[in-house]
Ligand binder design. Structure first.
Ligand code: GDP
Ligand code: MG
Length: 439
């Protein structure tokens, strides 16, 4: 996959002492191939590589960076820009009720996304109402009605002999009656794009003038998802894309190309079948995720500047052998202070999971002090083997450190996540616990 490809490119670069014209070109050739193999549109790949070249050429090689790190930094920024730079939120301003219409091919995840979006909006203090407008398959109405039941949200009682545009028109007054401020309309899909479907969606668009018309596209279909997005965007006023099924082994291609090819921002990504498996799309996080392990190497390399090389190697070995203890975790957090801005460290960590974990911890100065206090209140045995920390130990640790059991739990969760992610990145997930030896 793309992540492995990038890893190769970066590892390759590590040996070089200086960022020369020659090794930029060499790296860029590989980056372009990696993009093409990840099913990125060839034009996007070409432009991307050109952007990188422009940025790399004439740029001072920063004293503290190796050529590999320098290129990672440039590639990371360029990937982020390619995907739109910053997150684009839903635009639900103006008088209620606001209308969101979900469109897309059959099986892309429209109905599921309608439920997820309703859940997401309800958490943001909105009162959504679900509107089934897929009248061709009675099961589709039932599916959305069931989801609405689970969410305890109003659903417009569509029947399959109504015209979709009439359903949507009537649903607006239904929503008012039920004090709802947002309508989420689920529409019919087809296996392929056809004129009949587009005409139907245009009629819906004309009747309700939706604030948001979101294309739901399946990330697993790669470049097809991009083509689908283009076609829908040409026919309708698509305001954003929801890229679903990113939890599977979807290649990065679709996420990378959609904005560049269609101009439509990705607003959400679907990461599972459950109702809470919807995330706001953040280009920078996706970029970090795509870069994956290349960034772990960067952290380790950057760490070398801050503490000595032997210690860094030790750390890499520990990640690999899974003997990374809470003491190591504490040492790492201490290094954060030396390594510079936390934001820049977070950006380098692989995967979105760990980003979230660390963000949750809010590792500001105060949190660092608390974290250290918690770990200091543990016995040496507990720090070496977090597995033995049971409920009564947690209470003792919380008391001893002047924190709460929740804070102890949160720290342990972050530590476990960091360990798991690092293990996956370093050892392909195979490394097992080879004892708890400490240097
Ligand atoms: P529709 O035909 O566009 O309405 O698609 P559905 O909402 O019925 O979804 C089709 C299938 O894709 C269902 O089995 C969903 O559970 C599944 N699905 C939808 N979104 C996601 C996602 O983000 N991740 C995963 N793994 N499955 C999804
Ligand atoms: Mg459906």
């Amino acid at each position: 996959n793309l992540t492995t490809k990038f890893q190769k490119v970066f590892r390759h670069l590590k040996g070089h002492g200086k960022l020369t014209e020659e090794n930029i070109q060499e790296a860029l050739r590989e980056v372009r191939l990696a993009l093409l193999e990840a099913d990125v549109h060839y034009k996007v790949a070409k432009d991307f590589v050109k952007t990188i070249a422009q940025r790399a050429v004439g740029q001072e090689v920063m004293g503290s960076l190796t050529p590999g790190q320098q290129v990672i930094k440039i590639v990371n920024e360029a990937l982020t820009d390619l995907m739109g730079g910053t997150a684009v939120p839903l635009d639900l301003t103006g008088p209620p009720p606001q209308v969101i219409v979900l469109v897309g091919l059959q099986g892309s995840g429209k109905t599921t996304t309608a439920g997820k979006l309703a859940f997401h909006l309800s958490k943001n203090k909105r009162r959504p109402c679900l509107v089934p407008a897929d009248v061709y398959r009675p099961a589709a109405i039932d599916q959305l009605t069931t989801l609405a039941g689970q969410l305890k949200m109003p659903v417009y009682p569509s029947s399959s002999d109504q015209k979709p545009e009439h359903i949507v028109r009537d649903a607006v007054s239904f929503a008012r009656q039920h004090q709802c401020d947002t309508l989420i309309v689920d529409t019919a899909g087809r296996l392929h794009i056809d004129q009949e479907l587009m005409d139907e969606l245009k009629r819906i668009e004309a009747v309700v003038k939706p604030q948001e018309m979101l294309l739901v596209a399946d990330a697993m279909t790669g470049q097809d998802a991009v083509r689908v997005a283009s076609s829908f965007h040409e026919a309708l006023h698509i305001t954003g894309v929801v890229l679903t099924k990113l939890d599977g082994d979807a290649r990065g291609g679709a996420a990378l190309s959609i904005k560049a090819v269609t101009g439509c921002p990705i607003k959400f990504v679907g990461v599972g079948e459950k109702l809470d498996a919807l995330e706001v799309f953040h280009p920078d996080r996706m970029s970090s995720r795509i870069l994956g392990m290349g960034d772990v190497l960067t952290i380790i390399e950057k760490a070398q500047d801050a503490f000595d090389e032997r210690e860094a190697e030790e750390m890499a070995r520990k990640f690999k052998e899974d003997s990374f203890t809470l003491e190591d975790f504490r040492d790492q957090l201490r290094q954060v202070k030396k390594l510079g801005s936390l934001e820049s460290i977070l950006k380098m960590l692989p995967g979105m999971g760990i980003m979230k974990e660390l963000k949750k911890m809010e590792v500001d100065e105060k949190a660092l002090v608390r974290t250290e206090a918690i770990i200091n209140s543990m016995t040496r045995q507990e720090r070496q083997n977090a597995g033995i920390i049971n409920a009564s130990r947690k209470r003792r640790i919380a008391r001893g450190s002047g924190t709460t059991v929740q804070e102890v739990n949160q720290l342990l969760r972050s530590y476990n996540d960091a360990r798991r992610m690092m293990r996956q990145m370093m050892g392909g997930g195979k490394a097992t616990k080879k004892g708890k030896k400490k240097k």
